[in-house]
Design a binder for this molecule. Structure first.
Ligand code: GLN
Length: 305
């Protein structure tokens, strides 16, 4: 049997020389105050094992990790209609780029870049119920943790510095890609990004993706097998922005990152893993988190390729 605890302990030990090579996101001012030297990692196995190291219990800003879960809700509500509103191709551009949007008639390349996530949350907002509450409650259910909530300081800081996201939303509204009022949309998007979860929470929340949608941990079918297959595929091709190719090369797992420094990844049939370290590489992915996952798949021989 794989000794995940020993592996995580060894990885944490080896991370020290990797600090100081990336930089903490500060384009959202409230994110810039996080200590750069945090490191946490949790492995949640399909048979119920949970193994953690470092700051794994500390909640942090999930940022774009929320895009993974909002896509799941949108797919449960709308099925394949989602794919008529957003594409499933990598963008090759930064996560907050507007460049292809105008060329491609306001249709985002995929749901994991900002433009695509604005569309999926627009879909939720045009449906039944309060979108914010639904997103928060969905995460509480998946993480089995009722204390998950938004950090309003981060949310307000992002709302006040969302000019680029607003520009995207206006452009897409002009093309008919979104329906909601732009300010409402930005407020809801910033809410989902400002939710805080720990590595322990996130590893549980991602577990259904490792088990074809039915999770024993949750005692329920969280996603259809088909949705699960599709989401994992889009994570492989689009989950790490313009760094997706080198991430596949180095780590080799379906994964999604956020500028808070979190990454969740899935080893189909085996486990979900979440890692957090706030210093980012030039694509906006956790620098240390990527090194840790690279080591993890090498040590456990679990990359999908
Ligand atoms: N809230 C961030 C933004 O919209 C999310 C980006 C990210 O995590 N990559 O810019």
């Amino acid at each position: 049997m794989t000794d995940y605890q020993a592996i995580l302990d060894e990885i944490a030990e080896k991370m020290r020389p990797n600090f100081g090579k990336g930089s903490v996101a500060n384009y959202i001012p409230a994110l810039g105050s996080v200590s750069p030297d945090k490191f946490g990692m949790t492995v949640q196995t399909v048979d119920g094992g949970s193994f953690s190291v470092g700051d794994a219990a500390e909640p942090f800003s999930i940022q774009s990790l929320s895009k993974l879960f909002v896509l799941q809700i949108a797919m449960s509500d709308f099925g394949d209609e989602v794919w008529s509103r957003v594409g499933k191709e990598p963008s090759g551009d930064r996560f907050n780029s507007l460049m292809k949007l105008e060329l491609e008639n306001g249709v985002p390349r995929n749901p994991f870049i900002n433009v695509g996530a604005l569309v999926t949350v627009d879909m939720l907002m045009s449906g039944e119920g309060d979108a914010r509450q639904r997103i928060r409650d969905y995460l509480r259910t998946l993480a089995l943790n009722d204390s998950i909530d938004a950090n309003t300081v981060v949310m307000n800081s992002e709302i006040a510095h969302s000019d680029v996201n607003r520009a995207m939303a206006h452009l897409m509204r002009a093309h008919g890609s979104i329906e909601c009022d732009v300010e409402e949309l930005i407020a809801t998007y910033c809410y989902q990004c400002s939710l805080e979860m720990s590595c322990i929470d996130l590893s549980k929340a991602a577990l259904p993706l490792a088990v074809g949608g039915y999770s024993k941990l949750h005692g329920d079918t969280i996603l259809s097998a088909q949705a699960c297959k599709r989401i994992n595929a889009v994570m492989v091709t689009c989950g790490m922005y313009d760094g997706v190719g080198s991430f596949a090369y180095r780590v080799g797992l379906p994964a999604k990152s956020g500028v808070g420094g979190g990454i969740v990844a899935v080893v189909p049939g085996k486990l979900a893993v979440a890692v957090w370290s706030p210093e980012l590489d030039t694509s906006g992915n956790s620098y240390v988190g990527t090194v840790a996952l690279e080591l993890f798949t090498s040590m456990t021989k679990t990359g999908i390729f």
